[in-house]
Design a binder for this molecule. Structure first.
Ligand SMILES: [Ca+2]
Length: 118
């Protein structure tokens, strides 16, 4: 019993640095009716804000092939993140209204070129 308690206390203590790290990250924020992409994971570093009203919008040079996290604040429109491959927009991410992804995964990381309607 004591061993279990000690192990539990150690586990709890080990979580403290993680919580402190999370608290340092900027809070998630994406303007209403827009999609936002960030260069870093957990919605950090450079951000680009894209209107949800366009069929699709190419990313600026700062975020092209750079995004690692993204989120959507659209009301109803499902939005997709695309990678341009041989002149075609290939879907690498799908964002339902209000959806956010702190890490897009190895398959989509640093590949995004455009955002638009799915
Ligand atoms: Ca790309």
């Amino acid at each position: 019993m004591i061993r279990r308690l000690a192990a539990g206390l150690l586990a709890a203590a080990a979580l403290v640095p993680l919580s402190a790290t999370s608290a340092q990250a900027a809070p998630y924020a994406c303007d209403a009716r827009h999609v936002c992409l960030w260069q870093g994971i957990d919605f950090t570093l450079g951000r680009q804000v894209i209107s949800g009203f366009a069929e699709y919008t190419d990313l600026g040079a700062a975020l092209k092939d750079q995004a690692s996290s993204w989120g959507s604040s659209t009301n109803q429109q499902v939005m997709c993140v695309f990678d341009w491959v041989n002149g075609n927009r290939q879907v690498i991410g799908r964002l339902a209204p209000g959806n956010r992804t702190p890490w897009v995964g190895d398959g989509a990381n640093d590949r995004s070129d455009a955002v638009g309607w799915c």
